[in-house]
Design a protein around this ligand. Structure first.
Ligand code: FE2
Length: 429
């Protein structure tokens, strides 16, 4: 029997070792030790981790790679970032947005990141970025799943044309309803925007993913309204709260009441540790608060929590490189959550959990799933997070679409090995 592709001697994220994975017609058709068959392409994993691809559940592809345009963010705050993006928006061109987005997707593929949920600003009456990213979604579809969120960056009520533009964007084919309640003028307007946006999602049968309480203000409680409305409208896991950083600063008694509501509502949470560890706490002197939501507490109640990247080289964040292991690594540190179980979870939070939140079909390493995989220079998920391991091969629908040579250092030390592979220095778990 001949397959299109076989990956040999893989360690799987669930702990199975020495496994072969065979693909035909873009799908996984066999997973077993030592499959006795030939294939057009053979990828030797050599006892390394083979995982389903990385997923970024929170990103802004309309702004990515625009760092320095038209100037840099001096204060490092969310609000200056929004103002700066407002200066850049009138200068955007359709071609430039597409060019930057496609370049970013190249970077994403190289890092094994094959699905992205990107918010796209609808507060430009031209809907220039919306139309550009819809075009990008189509162009990259053979190698990357791009899901778009209609995001009223300047506020659903605060911006006079946002409501109409959001509907126009959805009519054009944007996938998900977005919002930013903490940027409305009042708490009441913020809560009203959550209600209105959830109702739009319910009416249209769409998912809703709100930037929610991205603030250090402990009284920013829009997640409460989101959970309430998701339950009232039966949205459940179709609803997601992104960022939720005010939960870090909330009163513990209030949180003890809030967490069960979030859990009962069935909504998902997405934390963005790389950016929020830098954006939050900017009004503090010392002690300076961390900008991460209560991940462990939500997980303990069974809430699906994913980790997103949010920004790469844009008005809000000048670093990043489409590396979801960087995101997981930062979450482990910033939360902090250093148990083996929690580090292992952080890998799922950039793979399987966001795949469920995005509603991706055919995701995973099982017979019948899409033959989408990443071979990492690490033995297991914990080592992958620790080393932010190189992606040796990236496979989409049974075809190798990116390769990176293993990281190896040549040493010149008396009595010591001549070469060093960082993955050889780990205790095996
Ligand atoms: Fe965001």
């Amino acid at each position: 029997m001949t397959f299109d592709l076989i990956v040999r001697d893989a360690n799987l994220p669930d702990g199975r070792r020495g496994i072969d994975i065979a693909a035909r017609d873009g799908r996984i058709v066999a997973i077993a030790p030592a499959i006795a068959a030939e294939a057009r392409v053979v990828v030797e994993a050599e006892g390394r981790l083979v995982a389903p691809p990385f997923i970024d559940s929170h990103f802004h592809m309309d702004a990515t790679l625009s760092l320095g345009l038209p100037r840099l963010n001096q204060s490092g705050t969310l609000l200056e970032g929004i103002a700066l993006w407002g200066e850049l928006k009138p200068l955007l061109t359709h071609e430039a947005v597409i060019e930057r987005a496609l370049r970013y997707c190249d970077l994403a593929v190289a890092q094994g990141l094959l699905a992205v949920r990107s918010h796209v600003d609808v507060c430009d009456d031209r809907l220039l970025a919306v139309e550009a990213l819809i075009e990008v979604r189509k162009k990259v579809a053979p190698y990357l799943d791009l899901q778009l969120v209609a995001f009223p960056q300047d506020g659903y009520f605060r911006s006079p044309t946002a409501a109409a533009n959001l509907k126009r964007a959805l009519d054009l084919g944007v996938d998900v309803v977005g919002g930013i309640p903490h940027f409305e003028r009042t708490m009441a307007d913020g809560a009203a925007s959550v209600k209105a946006l959830c109702e739009i999602a319910a009416e249209r049968g769409l998912m809703v993913d709100l930037h929610c309480d991205e603030s250090d203000d402990p009284l920013s409680r829009h997640v409460e309204t989101l959970a309430y409305e998701a339950r009232r409208l039966g949205l459940g896991a179709r609803a997601t709260g992104s960022h939720l950083t005010s939960m870090h600063s909330m009163d513990n008694y209030y949180v003890s009441k809030l967490l069960p509501l979030i859990a009962e509502s069935g909504i998902n949470a997405i934390a963005n540790p790389l950016i929020n560890i830098t954006l939050q706490g900017r009004h503090d002197t010392y002690p300076r608060r961390r900008g991460l939501t209560r991940i462990a507490e939500m997980r303990a109640l069974g809430v699906a929590v994913a980790l997103g990247q949010d920004c790469v080289m844009d008005p809000w964040y000048g670093l990043g490189g489409a590396d979801m292991l960087d995101v997981a690594h930062m979450a482990v540190h910033a939360a902090p959550m250093t148990s083996r179980e929690a580090i292992r979870w952080s890998f799922d939070a950039v793979t399987e959990i966001p795949a469920r939140i995005l509603g991706l079909d055919g995701y995973g390493l099982a017979v019948g799933c899409n033959a989408d995989m990443v071979v990492l220079q690490a033995a297991d998920p914990i080592e992958a997070v620790r080393l932010r391991a190189p992606r040796l091969a990236v496979i989409r629908r049974g075809e190798v679409i990116a390769r990176t040579p293993p990281q190896t250092t040549t040493l010149a030390l008396p009595g010591r090995p001549a070469t060093l592979d960082p993955a050889d220095y780990a205790p095996r778990t």
